[in-house]
Design a protein around this ligand. Structure first.
Ligand SMILES: [Fe+2]
Ligand SMILES: [Fe+2]
Length: 135
């Protein structure tokens, strides 16, 4: 069973963003899987590296759209992205140095962050872009 299941309620109605959110969920599920199976440092390091990379790619996509469409809440949204980029980066460093085994708390943190961010912050952006004619 996957740790996070995609459902329509997570859709922000903009396909490029939805597709990337699905991919993020996939990586978080891989992380959960690695944790559950008690995988070693190498696997965790690798999954964290993928997470860091994809978080960056995804945030860049949203930030580009915000700039292009002159989104009024851009600064605030970007601050939230920067906070998570930092926190995930810290987790990745700890994974690299073998200082963490992924805990349920770590997983819950990532899941809560993603849900909250998608349902509140990204949904608002999605609606704005939709009103501008994007889909
Ligand atoms: Fe976002
Ligand atoms: Fe997002």
């Amino acid at each position: 069973m996957a740790y996070i299941d995609w459902s329509d309620k997570l859709s922000v109605k903009i396909s490029v963003i939805d597709e990337q959110h699905k991919k993020l969920i996939e990586i978080i599920n891989d992380l959960y899987d690695a944790m559950q199976k008690g995988k070693g440092k190498d696997v965790l390091e690798d999954v964290f590296a993928r997470l860091v990379e994809y978080v960056k790619t995804h945030f860049k996509t949203e930030e580009k759209l915000m700039a292009e469409y002159d989104y009024p809440d851009r600064k605030d949204h970007e601050t939230k992205h920067n906070d998570l980029t930092y926190q995930v980066g810290q987790l990745a460093i700890k994974a690299q140095t073998g200082k963490i085994t992924v805990s349920l708390e770590t997983m819950a943190f990532l899941k809560d962050w993603l849900y909250n961010h998608i349902l509140k912050t990204d949904a608002k952006l999605g609606q704005y872009l939709k009103d501008k004619g994007l889909h």
